[in-house]
Write a protein that binds this ligand. Structure first.
Ligand SMILES: [Mg+2]
Length: 115
């Protein structure tokens, strides 16, 4: 990551940790509960797109009437995922980078482009 993105990620992580600490929620945040929270928030995100036809979903997400709700649920997924990663000692940006390296090996662009 660049210095700027490291600073931004450090601020996000500190903000998430403060949110949890201020509420003394650590005892409830075991990995199983946080994994369920990620899935629950992913379900809330999905519910924002329920019954929207696939080809219409881009327009739905840009529609000012629905956009903020979609943004909020994307953020909830990211927040709960950040909580889970932090609880189990995973550097989330590093884990994402490492997994993308694996995924590039598994799905070579020349072989998988467009399919
Ligand atoms: Mg939510």
């Amino acid at each position: 990551m660049t210095d700027d993105s490291e600073d931004r990620w450090s601020r996000v992580l500190a903000d998430v940790r403060a949110f949890v600490a201020e509420r003394e929620w650590e005892p409830f945040h075991d990995p199983k509960n946080l994994a369920m929270a990620v899935a629950s928030e992913a379900g809330e995100l999905l519910s924002e797109l329920r019954w929207i036809e696939g080809p219409e979903s881009d327009a739905h997400c840009r529609d000012p009437e629905h956009r903020q709700a979609v943004i909020d649920e994307i953020a909830d997924v990211a927040i709960t995922l950040t909580m889970l990663a932090d609880r189990v000692g995973v550097d989330l940006p590093e884990a994402m980078h490492a997994k993308l390296v694996k995924n590039r090996e598994k799905y070579p662009a020349d072989e998988w482009r467009g399919r």
